[in-house]
Design a binder for this molecule. Structure first.
Ligand SMILES: [Zn+2]
Ligand SMILES: [Zn+2]
Length: 272
């Protein structure tokens, strides 16, 4: 199993020399196994992923893939209208996400592609798109992947995903707030995984002034990995103000607590 990071930034995309090493695109992670691909979240990193799926002449290719959405905050869906393969009539996409505040995944994606906020609507996607409502605690199989979702704490709700294939497991837990006590639901979901991708937006000092914003500290990410006995931890959803230098400091501190911890950076891949 290979896990590749296409967007690791939280809240909003950033650019500039101070962010170049970690990258500025928002949440998008690709998982590959058995010749197939599965994508976690459709932040602006999804556009970059789509742009690599072209033939020798640079034409977009048809693909078959599954997209699992943690939730539909902007930074997790803004890449969808710019995902080239979604406009190819030969593509087949399965999109899985929860209904929140009475709006299902299709409805939420349609809202961001509606005049006057966007010039074309969701029907402009030429791919054959199937939507599936995410059911927590009911694993399902898609291609070589076995997938399980769990609810965690975040404004408007969020799902963490466990993806298993080829005897390996990655757990994707972005946008979650423990709020002082490590969430046992996540520890159970992550138990024994080969890689945990965890929200690490804040330091302890930053979190003190951002309670209730729905995010974790890097220290909580480390603690979840420890309790779930996960050796490799990807710190993820970096705050838009976290430049490369301060991210390196956070990474060093996390690594001192857990040797397998690292800061996820755009373009990086982990082989499990
Ligand atoms: Zn987010
Ligand atoms: Zn969010």
């Amino acid at each position: 199993m290979e896990v590749r990071f296409w967007g690791v930034r939280g809240s909003i995309a950033v650019s500039g020399a101070a962010y170049a090493r970690a990258g500025g695109n928002t949440s998008c992670v690709e998982v590959r196994a058995g010749g197939e691909r599965l994508i976690l979240d459709g932040g602006t990193g999804l556009r970059a992923l789509g742009d690599t799926l072209v033939d020798k002449e640079g034409r977009t290719q048809a693909i078959r893939t599954t997209l699992l959405f943690s939730h539909v905050h902007w930074d997790h869906i803004q890449g969808v209208p710019f995902f080239g393969p979604a406009f190819h009539p030969g593509s087949e996409l399965l999109l899985v996400g929860a209904t929140r505040d009475g709006v299902d995944l299709r409805g939420a994606l349609a809202r961001q592609m509606r005049a006057p906020n966007f010039p074309v609507d969701l029907d402009a996607l030429r791919a054959r798109v199937t939507y599936r409502a995410a059911a927590t605690g009911e694993p399902f199989e898609v291609g070589p992947f076995r997938v399980t979702a769990t609810d965690l704490s975040h404004p408007n709700g969020v799902l963490a995903w466990r993806v298993e294939a080829e005897g390996r497991a990655v757990v994707y837990a972005t946008d979650t707030e423990h709020g002082g006590a490590i969430d046992p639901r996540l520890v159970a979901l992550a138990r024994g995984a080969d890689l945990l991708v965890h929200d690490a937006q804040y330091t302890d000092e930053e979190y003190a002034t951002r309670r209730g914003w729905g995010h974790s500290t890097w220290r909580e990410a480390v603690e979840v990995a420890r309790r779930a006995e996960v050796a490799r931890l990807a710190l993820f959803h970096h705050d838009p103000r976290r430049d490369d230098d301060t991210l390196a400091i956070v990474e060093d501190r996390a690594r001192a607590c857990l040797p397998g911890a690292f800061a996820a950076r755009e373009g990086q891949a982990a082989l499990l």
